[in-house]
Design a protein around this ligand. Structure first.
Ligand SMILES: Cc1cc2nc3c(=O)[nH]c(=O)nc-3n(C[C@H](O)[C@H](O)[C@H](O)COP(=O)(O)OP(=O)(O)OC[C@H]3O[C@@H](n4cnc5c(N)ncnc54)[C@H](O)[C@@H]3O)c2cc1C
Length: 381
């Protein structure tokens, strides 16, 4: 392992690797990534692979347009098939308030070039054969959203970064970060120390622990989020289907499996990743309500990962006041995978070329103390 680097990235998840890859592409390769486990150990190896541009704020819609553009090129650029399939996202609204939110979102998305349209329950049944739309008022459908297989996306980014000179150390846990005054001087790991003056905190649900090593308190909290996968079926389901009344979402992977999860308002913050019968029961009930034809399909596996949640549902990005060179890229909740390509690129531009991306001010840690908080209301996988 190198004993010094211009920049150390803590966390070999999609956010850390996307940044490493973009920095390397811009010619900045004196970078070390430190990952306590294997590359897909965190949320990046446990998610549903949903990639959507249907968001409620201009920032997120534009970021996701950029991410989709980057995901479309990723297989060719990395030589890893990431199985990105743009079959759309279909959001179901069962009440007037949700319906008008979807309608307002659609107008904003259309203005920014995302071709979302409102569809009647009858039209939705044409998009998803067998969909039970009883109780559904209206749906929002964007055919250019999609799903991918997260593992090869990470492996591809890691390969590109490594080939360009970045050092990625797996099974290397950061145990301390040492400072002199406000300056970072050293990152200590269980495999030795690295002298550096800049550290990026891309440790996902563990980010608060990394920040605490420097006396910085992040408001992020980890929440277990469970997910399951059913046996493979002949392809029949184009879009990711998401019922906004209970936060159910599911899609069909390129291998034919149905993969999805559901929000649980009773889940308390914890570092728990065991699977629960409660999830299995709630998820199966909800899937069967929406697609009764799945009744005989077998669940193959269920697992869990963390959502790294902030109080306003938006990430924490950029520097902190207390320590020079300590940069946050965390707090991505249930949507960090899709945002990572665009965030990684903008963060690299901001770090190297001093390109002024407004999100590094808007989403800095200081916003909570200043009370400048605007909640992203559309947080779902
Ligand atoms: C079940 C589930 C479904 C989801 N579905 C979607 C979806 O459909 N679409 C979407 O966009 N997002 C989804 N998400 C969210 C998405 O997976 C995350 O937002 C994203 O992966 C976060 O990436 P990250 O790099 O910030 O964190 P992580 O992938 O968690 O990476 C952080 C890494 O830091 C490492 N680390 C922590 N502490 C240390 C230390 N001390 N030393 C060294 N390394 C350390 C961890 O081991 C970890 O690998 C889902 C999440 C879950 C759990």
């Amino acid at each position: 392992m190198r004993d010094r680097a211009d920049l150390v990235i803590v966390g070999g998840g999609v956010v850390g690797l996307s940044l490493a890859c973009q920095l390397a592409r811009m010619g900045f390769c004196d970078v070390v990534v430190l990952e306590q486990g294997y590359l897909c150990f965190g949320a990046s190896g446990r998610n549903g692979g949903g990639i959507r541009q249907q968001w409620t704020t201009e920032e997120n819609i534009l970021l996701m347009k950029e991410s989709v553009r980057l995901f479309r090129r990723m297989a060719a650029e990395t030589n890893y098939n990431i199985w990105f399939r743009q079959g759309g996202y279909l959001f179901l609204a069962r009440d007037g308030k949700t319906a008008s939110t979807l309608e307002a979102n659609m107008k904003l998305q259309n203005r920014l070039g995302v071709p979302t349209r409102m569809v009647s329950p009858e039209r939705a049944r044409g998009i998803v054969p067998g969909l039970d739309t009883r109780g559904v008022e209206v749906c929002a459908y964007n055919p250019t959203d999609g799903v991918l297989f997260p593992f090869p996306a990470l492996w591809g980014m890691a390969k590109v970064a490594t080939q360009l000179g970045v050092e990625i150390n797996t099974y290397t846990r950061v145990t301390d970060i040492q400072t002199r005054g406000k300056q970072i001087v050293k990152v200590v790991t269980d495999r030795g120390a690295i002298a550096t003056s800049r550290v990026v905190n891309a440790a996902g649900a563990w980010s608060w622990q990394i920040a605490r090593m420097l006396g910085v308190e992040l408001p992020n909290k980890p929440y277990r989020h469970e997910i399951l996968v059913c046996e493979p079926l002949k392809p029949f389901l184009d879009p990711m289907v998401s019922d906004l009344s209970d936060g159910t979402y599911f899609s069909q992977t390129m291998r034919g499996e149905i993969c999805g999860g559901i929000s649980d308002p009773e889940e308390k913050s914890s570092m728990e990743t065991r699977s629960s019968f409660r999830f299995l029961h709630r998820m199966c009930r909800s899937m069967l309500r929406l697609l009764p034809r799945l009744a005989d399909v077998k669940v193959m596996r269920q697992w869990a990962g963390y959502y790294d949640e902030t109080p306003d549902g938006n990430p924490i990005l950029g520097p902190v006041e207390q320590v020079d060179g300590f940069i946050q890229l965390n707090g991505f909740g249930g949507h960090g995978f899709m945002l990572a390509p665009a965030i990684g690129r903008q963060a690299a531009e901001w770090l190297l070329r001093k390109v002024d991306h407004p999100m590094f001010e808007k989403y800095d840690l200081g916003r909570f103390a200043r009370g400048e908080v605007e909640r992203e209301i559309f947080v779902i996988g």
